[in-house]
Design a protein around this ligand. Structure first.
Ligand SMILES: [Zn+2]
Length: 293
């Protein structure tokens, strides 16, 4: 993932003509702030990208990365808004790199998520132990909720199955920003958690629908990767669509999962590979999705 650069003796880097301000918290690990829209910022640290809505009624935060990132996240929020208090914490899904900071970041906040997030966090999932009860969402939804905060409409909308079975996207209607959680990895092969109810075809559908409904000028906060535009999202849709079609054809032709992986992908898609989701792992996910044994 992108690493923020520490700037010695310079904690705040003013943006050019108010387009974008980059704040680098004087903390280790560092957190970088990217302006996304009116009152809305994206924080890049380690783990899933964080969304922040600031304003006089208090701060709403989307996702909490890891516990070790909380001091950096709080310093970044303080840089955006003096005495800005985190009053609402939304989790886009239950994975540890999105809920790991919940206890400290959400201590004084209303913690909120889809009902499945609470359910999965409250019990052991594979080798992931049950979360601290103080990390659990206290307000949950099945389909979503609309909030009216800081003069803006903020909509939490359940989508999918996509990355998991409990994904929420957060739509900042008045700022023109949407936080897609891990339904969207910008410029890299996505992780689709088939063992937690996720679906590649479902994720593709979510991206297509989001793109068709959002104005083309909107900014998109992906779960991982840099702040995106509609164009970036279209590239990801094309990649998933094309690679899924390749694998579906192979599986329909009788290839096993191992044979699908061994056959690789055309050169044009190889640059989407990264540390966590290599070409092999992406092919394996696609083959499983298509029912290959
Ligand atoms: Zn995730």
């Amino acid at each position: 993932m992108k690493h923020a650069v520490m700037l010695a003796g310079c904690a705040f880097l003013a943006g050019v003509a108010g387009i974008s301000a980059t704040f680098v918290a004087d903390q280790d690990p560092a957190v970088e702030v990217v302006a996304a829209g009116k009152g809305v910022s994206m924080l890049i640290g380690q783990g899933g990208n964080v969304g922040v809505l600031q304003g006089p009624e208090g701060v709403l935060v989307v996702d909490s990365q890891f516990d070790r990132m909380v001091p950096g996240i709080l310093a970044a929020i303080a840089g955006l808004q003096k005495d800005g208090e985190v009053k609402w914490l939304v989790n886009t899904h239950y994975h540890g790199d999105h809920v790991g900071g919940n206890v400290r970041l959400g201590a004084g906040a209303t913690r909120m998520a889809h009902a499945k997030v609470r359910e999965r966090m409250a019990t052991a999932q594979g080798n992931r132990p049950a979360a601290d009860p103080a990390a659990l969402p206290m307000l949950t939804w099945e389909s979503g909720v609309m909030m009216h905060l800081n003069g803006q409409r903020v909509e939490m909308m359940h989508v999918g199955p996509a990355h998991t079975d409990g994904d929420t996207i957060v739509i900042f209607h008045d700022a023109g920003v949407v936080h897609m959680g891990d339904t969207f990895f910008n410029g890299m092969f996505p992780f689709v958690d088939l063992d937690s109810g996720g679906s590649v075809a479902g994720a593709l559908e979510v991206l297509r629908q989001a793109l068709s409904e959002m104005p083309p000028t909107w900014k998109i906060i992906p779960g991982h990767g840099p702040l995106a535009t509609a164009k970036d999202m279209q590239k990801t849709i094309t990649m998933i669509d094309k690679t899924l079609a390749i694998v579906r054809e192979r599986v329909d032709g009788g290839m096993s999962n191992a044979e699908v992986v061994a056959a690789g992908l055309p050169e044009e898609w190889v640059s989407w590979s990264w540390q966590f989701i290599s070409t092999e792992r992406w092919l394996e996910t696609l083959a499983r999705e298509c029912g290959a044994k």
